[in-house]
Design a protein around this ligand. Structure first.
Ligand code: SF4
Ligand code: SF4
Length: 354
């Protein structure tokens, strides 16, 4: 069966077509009666952005969703989880400070922030899924305990996943560092012909798994947790994976975690994808590159697979797969195909422009 995906483009010729009013229209279109009841706790899952990044979803947009939930008597809170890698969101204290620096204070968004997996990732619930790679997954406590969830995703590229949208936001974004580590079973190697010995990978590695020997990076596979941070910072693309075997497993594992994040909330999750500032890299990186295509619009759906498929189709209008042409080894399509295969959602959709 086709899933409905509502879409509003960025074109605007009057106040009634600004992005705020479009978010309201999309919310009213996608909101189903089961989503939440009065006094229910509604997790608004977003990404506050790594310090230095500036293309995360703007607080002014988040505010609109918060106000809409409050108007209907729900109790919204903003949430994300701690990262596996070193950076400005490694624990809840740093994470909250980063969120505030990026404008997500109560005065702006009208909602409190709860880092869903606790101070250091200790808050989680086990969710049984019995899929190919995992029998159970570790979902962040506050996300699993919330009655409902509204997932706000900034659509952009990603070094290993190909792209990041709703599925990736659920997969990596709704688990604690242990769950993130389970998904990152890949182990990169450094190509010494390309390595210039700059040491950027050594500095960023959260596990001290890289040393420079004779001016070349050497990765200790026993220490490496596969987070991929060294790949992101390497200026010469010297750090690579065994792409064909490892990326398929990584991407499928992500999809299984996404399934776990919403398994116990049937009918109680809606998704917004923001196709604005579509950068080559994730908001986890401390920079924001030029957009690869002009701003397109905002989508809303109750289906994470359908909304990601519709987002990709809009970005790739004209025929070229934009994310794949930047990183040919990545397998972004697996997020869609395996998501449909395991029942996370449908890749068949009806696009309804509003
Ligand atoms: S070697 Fe790279 S992938 Fe492994 S833990 Fe360090 S930064 Fe992460
Ligand atoms: S970041 Fe890349 S070029 Fe720099 S030391 Fe590491 S592998 Fe070598």
């Amino acid at each position: 069966m086709k899933s409905k995906v509502y879409f509003s483009s960025t074109q605007a010729r009057g106040y009634h077509e600004n992005k705020i009013s479009k978010i309201k229209k999309l919310y009213k279109a996608v909101r189903n009666s089961e989503l939440f009841e009065k006094k229910d706790l509604v997790a608004i899952k977003l990404h506050f952005g790594e310090l230095g990044n500036d293309t995360f979803i703007k607080p002014v947009f988040v505010r609109q969703v918060v106000d809409l939930v409050k108007e209907e008597g729900g109790k919204p809170f903003l949430t994300d989880t701690n990262t596996l890698y070193l950076g400005s969101r490694k624990n809840a204290a740093d994470h909250l400070e980063t969120a505030l620096k990026h404008g997500f204070g109560f005065a702006s968004t009208n909602a409190p922030i709860i880092i869903a997996d606790g101070l250091m990732g200790e808050s989680f619930r086990e969710v049984e899924i019995n899929k190919k790679h995992f029998e159970k997954a570790y979902i962040a406590g506050a996300i699993e305990e919330a009655d409902s969830m509204i997932v706000l995703s900034h659509l952009k590229g990603h070094e290993m996943a190909g792209f990041g949208g709703a599925v990736k936001n659920l997969a990596m974004g709704c688990t604690n560092p242990h769950g993130k580590k389970e998904q990152h079973s890949t182990r990169p190697i450094a190509d010494h012909l390309k390595c210039i010995g700059c040491g950027a990978c050594v500095r960023v590695c959260p596990e001290d798994a890289i040393v420079l020997i004779d001016g070349k990076a050497v990765i200790d596979g026993a220490k490496c947790i596969g987070c991929g941070e060294c790949m992101t910072v390497c200026p010469t693309k010297a750090i690579v994976l065994n792409w064909s075997e490892e990326l398929l497993e990584f991407t499928e594992k992500m999809v299984e975690y996404a399934y776990a994040a919403v398994k116990n909330k049937p009918g109680k999750v809606i998704y917004f994808n923001f196709l604005l500032s579509i950068t080559p890299d994730c908001d986890c990186v401390p920079w924001s590159d030029t957009s690869i295509v002009p701003d397109i619009g905002i989508l809303a759906s109750t289906d994470p697979v359908a909304i990601d498929k519709a987002s990709l189709d809009l970005i790739n209008q004209g025929g070229t797969d934009k994310f794949k042409s930047m990183r040919k080894e990545t397998l972004g399509e697996v997020q869609i195909n395996y998501g449909a295969e395991i029942g996370l959602g449908s890749k068949e959709y009806e696009l309804i422009e509003i």
